[in-house]
Design a protein around this ligand. Structure first.
Ligand code: ZN
Length: 84
């Protein structure tokens, strides 16, 4: 079952929820100021271990993110990988 948070109202204030994207930013180059940005798209189990060969975490699903346009609270919804 997929959430459509972007169409729901904020439970705190009733404001409109708008879809947003979260991202992490790596350290910036001191000379150029450039840095690597990575979107937060997946989640996994709290104790998940990295794979032996590629050192990657196994994603358990994707993350849908929205923010209230009135109070700016951010909401995260997990969409399990195996859901239909
Ligand atoms: Zn709100």
């Amino acid at each position: 079952m997929s959430h459509t948070a972007s169409h729901n109202a904020c439970p705190d204030c009733g404001g409109l929820l708008q879809g947003i994207a979260l991202f992490g930013r790596g350290p910036s180059n001191p000379l150029s100021g450039a840095a690597i940005d990575t979107a937060v798209l997946y989640y996994t189990d709290a104790g998940a271990k990295r794979s032996r060969w590629l050192e990657m975490l196994e994603e358990q699903g994707t993350v849908e993110t929205s923010m209230c346009t009135a109070c700016h609270r951010i909401f995260l919804y997990g969409i399990p990988r195996r859901s239909t």
